[in-house]
Design a protein around this ligand. Structure first.
Ligand code: HEC
Length: 204
């Protein structure tokens, strides 16, 4: 009786492994990014992320104090590193070509923000990134302080004091026409022929 039960479990697990392997080998598991995540993928990803945050996010308040200057520093960091994927104060309308092509799509934080999350959760996401998405880990690029500064800005981005609000409204995500790289006319030095030194360096 028990032997039969055990055999049943082993056969079931073996069959599942074979089905999984065959599905991968025959390309039956979608590998494309031009799609919406399925409900199952979203559920699995959210459940795993929420459980990880509850276990690993730092306890207690932010070690960085909230001031107008902190918020402005956060906005500058955001403009430099984040707007390309998470947009500007214009929200969804400001989504860059990179943001539009990602799977899953990065939230445009002005319209779909994280003001409800504790800053420690946002800090964890910045430090470690989010697996199976385009959200990078920033721990090799930003300091601990900079990551808290960003987390505080994102927590308060819908109720900024006037000076910070002004800085936020001026953030561009690199795709606006005011950026010379996108104005249609290539910047001057792009038309300059390579110097002779450059042209001959190919023979090395
Ligand atoms: C290359 C694109 C990319 C860049 C650059 C990027 N992110 Fe993300 N980020 C993502 C994606 C994609 C997600 C969505 C992950 C998911 O679906 O769980 C995300 C998720 C997040 C979240 C969680 C949003 C939520 O609703 O829970 C926060 C907060 C965040 N990013 C902040 C930042 C900050 C701050 C920066 C800059 C330091 C940054 N990201 C840079 C792609 C990016």
């Amino acid at each position: 009786m028990f032997k039969g039960f055990l055999l049943g479990i082993i056969v079931t697990i073996g069959t599942l492994i074979v089905i999984g392997y065959v599905s991968l080998q025959f390309g039956l598991i979608p590998a494309n990014a031009d799609a919406q995540p399925t409900a199952l993928e979203q559920w699995a990803a959210n459940t795993s992320l929420t459980a990880t945050l509850q276990r690993e996010a730092p306890r207690g308040p932010s070690p960085v104090q909230l001031t107008d200057q902190t918020l402005i520093d956060g906005i500058h960091l955001y403009a430099q590193h984040c707007a390309i994927c998470h947009g500007t104060a214009q929200g969804d309308a400001s989504a860059s070509p990179i943001a539009r092509g990602e799977y899953p799509a990065p939230p445009q934080l002005a319209t779909d923000g994280v003001e409800d999350d504790p800053p420690s959760y946002t800090f964890w996401k910045l430090k470690h990134g989010i697996r199976w998405t385009a959200m990078p880990s920033w721990k090799g690029t930003l300091s601990i302080r900079q990551m808290w500064v960003l987390a505080l800005f994102l927590k308060h981005m819908n109720k900024l004091p006037p000076a910070a609000e002004k800085a936020w409204q001026q953030v561009k995500n690199g795709t606006e026409p005011s950026n010379p790289a996108n104005s249609g006319t290539p910047p001057q030095q792009a038309n300059t022929p390579p110097s002779s030194g450059y042209a001959t360096s190919g023979s090395e």
